[in-house]
Design a protein around this ligand. Structure first.
Ligand SMILES: [Zn+2]
Ligand SMILES: [Zn+2]
Length: 225
């Protein structure tokens, strides 16, 4: 498994797989392990609840209302994504940051924010900081830690950008679902794929906004340094 996609302890930076990291947390970071287990258990329970809730569609399928049966499934899927991204993942990141700061404040060594050695490329491009060009960092935690400590304004803007992009995509998903199910948007006719247009436009607007803001932050940084 390439190092870039390997899981990394968010506190001391040790690399491992899911199972070995879990026992690493238990022995090295017992307080974090309690939070980690709590969040994971809640995630499993909520995921199971959503799967059970999706069974409500089965009677609709039995009586042949396929289109209407898709509606609760689509909505439950969006709810699951929203919970995973905005609650589960966010809480895990907040806990990771909190314990990492505690760890380094105690003077203990962490490799999370260190310049990475070994493979750090994503599609051939090394992952460097978009503001100060330091790097390369490991995908995910490394760059996150660097921007959180070195460019806090950019870090909080970027977190908002990600959240807004995800929220917009979910909202568009729900709108498309309703349009598709009600037949307003005839998805299975030649003009159905017309919905791709607005989706691509929104993606392009978000991407353009991000690179414009990143250029601005880069300019500010170069002026001050
Ligand atoms: Zn660790
Ligand atoms: Zn930087």
């Amino acid at each position: 498994m390439p190092l870039v996609f390997g899981l990394q302890c968010p506190i001391c930076g040790e690399l491992g797989s899911g199972r070995s990291l879990s026992s690493h947390y238990r022995t090295v970071h017992p307080d974090f392990f309690i939070q980690y287990q709590f969040l994971n258990r809640r995630f499993s329970r909520i995921s199971l609840g959503i799967i059970l809730a999706s069974l409500v569609s089965i009677p609709l399928l039995v009586i042949g209302l396929f289109q209407i049966a898709i509606l609760p499934w689509g909505l439950l899927l969006v709810i699951w994504f929203a919970y995973t991204l905005f609650m589960f993942q966010r809480n895990l990141e907040v806990e990771g940051d909190r314990y990492l700061d505690e760890w380094t404040n105690q003077g203990k060594r962490s490799s999370v924010g260190e310049i990475a050695t070994g493979p750090t490329r994503k599609g051939g491009t090394p992952i460097v900081c978009p503001i100060c060009r330091k790097g390369p960092f490991r995908l995910g935690l490394g760059l996150r830690y660097h921007t959180r400590i070195a460019h806090p304004d950019y870090f909080s803007w970027y977190a908002r950008w990600v959240r807004d992009a995800e929220l917009t995509m979910m909202l568009m998903g729900v709108i498309l679902l309703f349009l598709g199910v009600t037949g307003i948007l005839p998805l299975n006719t030649p003009i159905g794929p017309v919905f791709v247009g607005p989706v691509l436009l929104v993606v392009a607007i978000f991407a353009a906004n991000r690179s414009r803001k990143q250029r601005g932050w880069r300019r500010n940084y170069l002026e001050k340094n």
